[in-house]
Ligand binder design. Structure first.
Ligand code: NAD
Ligand code: DAU
Length: 355
């Protein structure tokens, strides 16, 4: 076993932030970055790692067992951090098949490959190995306005094909611990935002549309609530759980930042009015209410006290500081956005928003 870790989905939003943050530290262990490069994966996000021997990229589908076996055998990682997934709820409504394939079959295939590799390690290697599964708060379903926050003991009630597929993957990970003793850890995190966020998701979509003078499409009444966490805080939480989390446990990760979608869009508009003012009007004038998402969960809110109590993790960013950094990042990195926008993504925008 080497000191390297194997990361899946490390060319996507959170995975790439994790890889970049990890390798920013002097003396960091190496990363084998396994990503299929779907529409959501982008090697340009990892451009700063060119020539860095600590980063090995492999364009591989996590459903490909033979390829995974080869990667485990060649690199002998001490841990797996599993981000790879189909992640967009709206896409899961249009076409759930890929979600079942990657999120369930892919996680199963990765678990099987990890179990086979782990089974061949010596006792010391076996005890040190970790499989960390990155999951979501959406598995818990939807909260009413006065319901308590989601805790680690909240029952699973997924409502979209995306969240149902993530719930299934969480159950598989749990079963591999109880049945085979595979040393697993699971994190269930709330909505992330920050640099390199694919512009199909609320915050980067609104920033891009606002800058382009397009409508800002708010679903339904705009009063659905999400609990926002700056992406580097999520990455820090994952590092803590990987290093010191208790085996077989799940840890909720969240920023204590409940906001309605309308609040988020208003704050974004106000930041843009300050940083990139329009001649005679506010960006708020671009807000348009559109047809609601089917099965739209009303409210998510995470109780992250277990993570704080056991591992001392707390978010470093407030919503205000994180959102300002994010808007500034998109203003400074329009080339990255334009590159994403020039591809297949345009077809998705037509499919989802044309009506
Ligand atoms: P993303 O869609 O931005 O990135 C997913 C990455 O996985 C892409 O690079 C893609 O190419 C890769 N991928 C997809 N299918 C693959 C396959 N079959 N084999 C290998 N690679 C594949 O997603 P994200 O927002 O970065 O989310 C990462 C993980 O975190 C997901 O598991 C998601 O469920 C979870 N999560 C996301 C959030 C959030 O707010 N974005 C919150 C909590 C949890
Ligand atoms: O809670 C964690 C989850 O957060 C992750 O598991 C998912 O991978 C991630 O995509 C995210 O899911 P959401 O569905 O909450 O994120 P999204 O950015 O798609 O939407 C956030 C809210 O904004 C949601 O209430 C729907 C609304 N929305 C979204 C879009 C894209 C709009 O009103 N208009 C839009 O155009």
């Amino acid at each position: 076993m080497t000191r390297d870790i194997l990361v899946t989905g490390g060319a996507g939003f959170i995975g790439a932030n994790f890889v970049l943050d990890w390798l920013r530290k002097d003396g960091a262990d190496g990363i084998i970055n396994v990503d299929k490069l779907t529409y959501a994966g982008n090697r340009k996000t990892l451009a700063s790692l060119k020539g860095d021997a600590r980063h090995i990229f492999s364009q591989t589908d996590i459903c490909d067992r033979a390829a995974l076996d080869k990667l485990f055998a060649a690199h002998k990682p001490r841990a797996v951090v599993h981000f790879a997934a189909e992640s967009h709820v709206d896409r899961s409504i249009h076409g759930p098949g890929e979600f079942i394939q990657t999120n369930i079959v892919g996680t199963f295939t990765l678990l099987e490959a990890a179990r086979a590799y782990w089974g061949g390690l010596d006792d010391v290697g076996k005890a040190a190995f970790r499989f960390l599964h990155v999951s979501t708060d959406e598995v818990f379903g939807s909260l009413g306005p006065n319901d308590p926050h989601f805790s680690e003991t909240t029952g699973y009630q997924p409502n979209s094909p995306y969240s149902a597929s993530k719930a299934a993957s969480d159950h598989l990970v749990r079963a591999y611990y109880h049945t085979y003793g595979l040393p697993v850890l699971t994190t269930n995190c709330s909505n992330n935002y920050g640099p390199y966020h694919f512009p199909e998701k609320l915050i980067p979509l609104m920033i891009n549309n606002a800058l382009a003078g397009k409508p800002l499409p708010v679903y339904g009444d705009g009063l659905n609530v999400r609990d926002w966490l700056y992406v580097s805080d999520h990455c820090a939480a994952i590092r803590e759980v990987l290093a010191r989390g208790r085996l077989g446990e799940t840890y909720n990760v969240g920023g204590w930042n409940e906001k309605t979608n309308l609040d988020v869009v208003h704050t974004l508009c106000d930041l843009l009015d300050e940083l990139r003012p329009k001649a005679a009007s506010s960006h708020r004038d671009q807000i348009t209410f559109v047809k609601d998402r089917p099965g739209h969960d009303r409210r998510y809110a995470i109780d992250a006290r277990k993570l704080e109590r056991e591992l001392g993790w707390k978010p470093a960013e407030t919503f205000e500081t994180g959102l300002r950094k994010t808007v500034q990042w998109y203003l400074d990195n329009q080339a990255w956005v334009e590159d994403v926008m020039s591809g297949d993504y345009r077809n998705w925008l037509t499919k989802q928003y044309a009506a």
